[in-house]
Design a protein around this ligand. Structure first.
Ligand code: FAD
Ligand code: NAD
Length: 405
């Protein structure tokens, strides 16, 4: 009898976790497993704010997919997915034509959501993947390097605007405030010429997070030079900078760099492939399957799970993506063997830690508030745990963060 074929799309937290768990559960004779990813490496999306600011080399955030998969069980395709045909049960690839599946796992991750705001796609960066992170770092360095070469020095070249004070915006600001003094010294730029502005539409930074921790984060970042514009929305991005509005008041902020960290959505391929979705995210059934498609599992930022207690979606996180990968692998093993019961998925949230640079952070872990170096230590442990869960102790030794206080 032909072995069922399992195809996993994306080697992010959700897809890679599914693959490494599945390879432990399933024998070579039970199923053909194929993992497709557009790069031959996995990058830690949760470290991209560091690579973008230039406080961590881009190479530190990634490792080869081949380092963590068992090649006797998982066939890795270094290719880009261009479409999913649910009816024909095929996936179209850039290089490799079409591959067919019996079971599909969609783990294609997140993209920036720009809400149709004019000029953002053309004139702003978003911390979307490792390639863009490298571009942001280089772009900022270029602005500093260019400043002293111009006859008429443009101070606004040294203005960096961060749109959104959610976790991504705040973590990026935490890195920037540490990086800017290094850049000033390297490029002979007076520190007072640099402006870092954060624009947040909601009435507070980190909306919904603990107010005492928010106050700590704002105080820390302000002391290091960040200007917050709260209750102010980005309305447009232009070649010169951005247009913002607070109530009826419209203001232009000229800036050499604009980073949009004000929202994410699921991969556009989910929408293009005709799945019922909300901004590229599929409201999955309790077993993580797309409604009406029992052979398609969706994990990570392409999935949408409702928190029944508040009747709102859980914010998409790596924490949830990895937990989904574990359940998805178990469910695939049940289906392949035709025995056992499918497991339902409920997030088991341990907490949230938001870094404020190399040695500072805020967080709520197991219901307890933490801040400062203790929280920073915890953040590094969380980062190392993600490496451990996918690649074991060897990967932690190679890529882990040990520069704890
Ligand atoms: P991703 O990690 O986005 O991976 C998707 C994969 O699919 C990538 O490898 C990509 O290359 C591949 N891919 C995409 N398109 C294609 C294609 N067409 N063909 C082939 N391959 C493709 N969450 C936390 O829990 N804790 C944190 O501390 C945290 N920090 C964050 C910091 C930053 C700066 C950002 C931006 C996010 C952070 N998050 C954090 C959120 C977290 O990163 C995401 O929820 C998580 O990455 C989602 O995992 P995923 O597996 O769905 O997708
Ligand atoms: P987000 O949606 O959580 O936050 C975006 C912020 O931008 C919000 O505060 C929103 O009010 C603001 N905003 C929206 N439109 C705006 C506009 N026009 N002008 C100005 N501000 C505007 O997005 P995120 O911070 O990128 O986070 C994405 C996901 O990743 C979330 O689920 C988050 O929990 C997760 N994440 C977690 C961590 C962590 O745990 N340390 C770090 C980063 C991201």
């Amino acid at each position: 009898m032909k072995k069922p074929s399992i195809v996993i799309l994306g080697a992010g937290y959700g897809g890679l976790m599914t693959a490494v768990r599945l390879q432990k559960m399933i024998g070579v004779n039970e199923a053909d497993i194929t993992l497709v990813n557009k790069n031959d490496y996995h990058y830690e999306s949760t470290w991209l704010h560091e690579a973008s600011a230039g406080t961590l080399p881009a190479d530190r955030t990634r490792y080869k997919v081949s380092e963590v998969i068992d090649k006797s069980k998982v066939h890795f395709l270094h290719d880009t997915v261009t479409g999913i045909n649910k009816e024909a049960k095929t996936v179209a690839l850039t290089k490799g034509g079409e591959i067919s599946y019996d079971y599909l796992v969609v783990g294609l991750g997140y993209e920036a959501e720009t809400f149709g705001i004019k000029g953002l796609k053309e004139h702003a960066f978003s911390i979307a993947n490792l390639n863009v992170a490298r571009k942001i770092r280089e772009h900022i360095e270029y602005q500093f390097a260019t400043y002293n070469t111009e006859a008429n020095r443009r101070d606004d070249r040294l203005t960096i605007v961060v749109g959104g004070a959610g976790f991504t915006g705040i973590e990026f600001l935490g890195e920037l405030v540490n990086r800017v003094p290094e850049l000033c010294s390297e490029f002979d730029v007076p520190k007072e010429k640099v402006r870092i502005v954060c624009v947040e539409a909601a009435p507070t930074v980190l909306p919904g997070f603990d107010p005492e921790l928010v106050e700590y984060a704002v105080g820390t970042l302000e002391r290091k030079g960040v200007e917050f514009k709260i209750g102010t929305a980005i309305k447009e991005a232009t070649e010169e900078g951005i247009i913002v509005a607070k109530d009826e008041q419209v203001e232009e902020i000229k800036a050499g760099t604009v980073v949009w960290a004000a929202g994410v959505r699921g991969n556009h391929l989910v929408e293009d492939s005709g799945f019922e979705n909300m901004r590229g995210r599929v409201k999955v059934d309790p077993y993580l399957r797309a409604p009406g498609h029992d052979d398609v599992f969706i994990v990570g930022d392409c999935s949408l799970i409702i928190n029944e207690e508040i009747n709102r979606p859980y914010p998409p996180t790596a924490q949830i993506a990895m937990q989904q990968g574990e359940v998805c692998a178990k469910n695939l093993a049940v289906l392949v063997r035709g025995q056992g019961e499918l497991q339902t998925f409920t997030p088991d949230l341990k907490g949230t830690v938001c870094s404020l640079g190399e040695d500072d952070a805020i967080g709520v872990v197991f219901g307890r508030k933490i801040m400062g170096s203790k929280a920073s230590f915890m953040k590094k442990m969380v980062d190392n745990r993600a490496l451990y869960m996918i690649g074991g102790a060897g990967l932690v030794m190679k890529k882990g963060k040990f520069n704890v206080l």
